[in-house]
Design a protein around this ligand. Structure first.
Ligand SMILES: N[C@@H](CCC(=O)N[C@@H](CS)C(=O)NCC(=O)O)C(=O)O
Length: 210
């Protein structure tokens, strides 16, 4: 398989974690978002929304949207599961928490949204904007997960933990005050102590520039 990724992309980070958890080998192809490579004709032909990640399977199928790619991986390699399979209510709860970060927080803090905001307002409101939505989203996420489990919803990491770890990378990067989120920090530490999460970290990618 081939994963088009950018080291700092939290959506590509989600997919890198899941690939490692599932033990799926993939060649990582860097797409430099700051250089605008996501908008090249060649890349846009693969991923029409001009964003990472994109996964190309061994059969040549081109998959886009990180949550759809995670679902695909959960189908082809069922263990460890990313979502509960035998409890519809728990499955909906895990998905809801993950989607707070994936569909409520991530889109409004995306690079192209920040650039558009700046071009419309003439101001660089990026940092307060990003911190606001992250803080609001993390508070909602914390209220939605189980209160006293090692990971978000149990003894092993799932889709919610994957989305959390990736989004907390952004929170650290942008200096969000994480003092109110002690439980999330504990879960993050447990996740990052696992080899699969560690291997997927932005700073451990070959295109990481420090
Ligand atoms: N909903 C998409 C979002 C993908 C996305 O926006 N990725 C960001 C990086 S985290 C990106 O490539 N942004 C490019 C840009 O803003 O120009 C997904 O989950 O795959």
């Amino acid at each position: 398989m081939r994963l088009y990724s950018y080291w700092r992309s939290s959506t590509a980070y989600r997919v890198r974690i899941a690939l490692a958890l599932k033990g799926i080998d993939a060649e990582v192809v860097p797409v430099d978002l700051l250089a605008g490579q996501q908008a090249s004709d060649a890349y846009a032909a693969l991923n029409p929304i001009k964003a990472v990640p994109t996964l190309v399977t061994d059969a040549g199928d081109v998959l886009t949207q990180s949550m759809a790619i995670l679902d695909y991986m959960d189908q082809i390699v069922p263990e460890p599961p990313l979502l509960p399979r035998d409890d519809a209510v728990r499955r909906a709860r895990v998905l809801a928490a993950a989607m707070v970060l994936a569909t409520d927080v991530h889109p409004v803090n995306n690079l192209k949204v920040l650039r558009r905001l700046q071009s419309l307002t003439g101001e660089d409101a990026g940092l307060p904007w990003v911190r606001h939505w992250l803080t609001e989203g993390l508070a909602a996420f914390a209220a939605l997960i189980d209160p006293d489990t090692p990971f978000c919803f149990g003894d092993t990491p799932d889709l919610a933990d994957i989305c959390l770890t990736a989004q907390l990378y952004n929170a650290h990067r942008w200096g969000v005050d994480l003092a109110p989120f002690a439980r999330l920090a504990e879960i993050e530490a447990r996740c990052l102590a696992l080899p699969a999460f560690d291997a997927a970290r932005p700073e451990n990618q070959k295109d990481a520039s420090r």
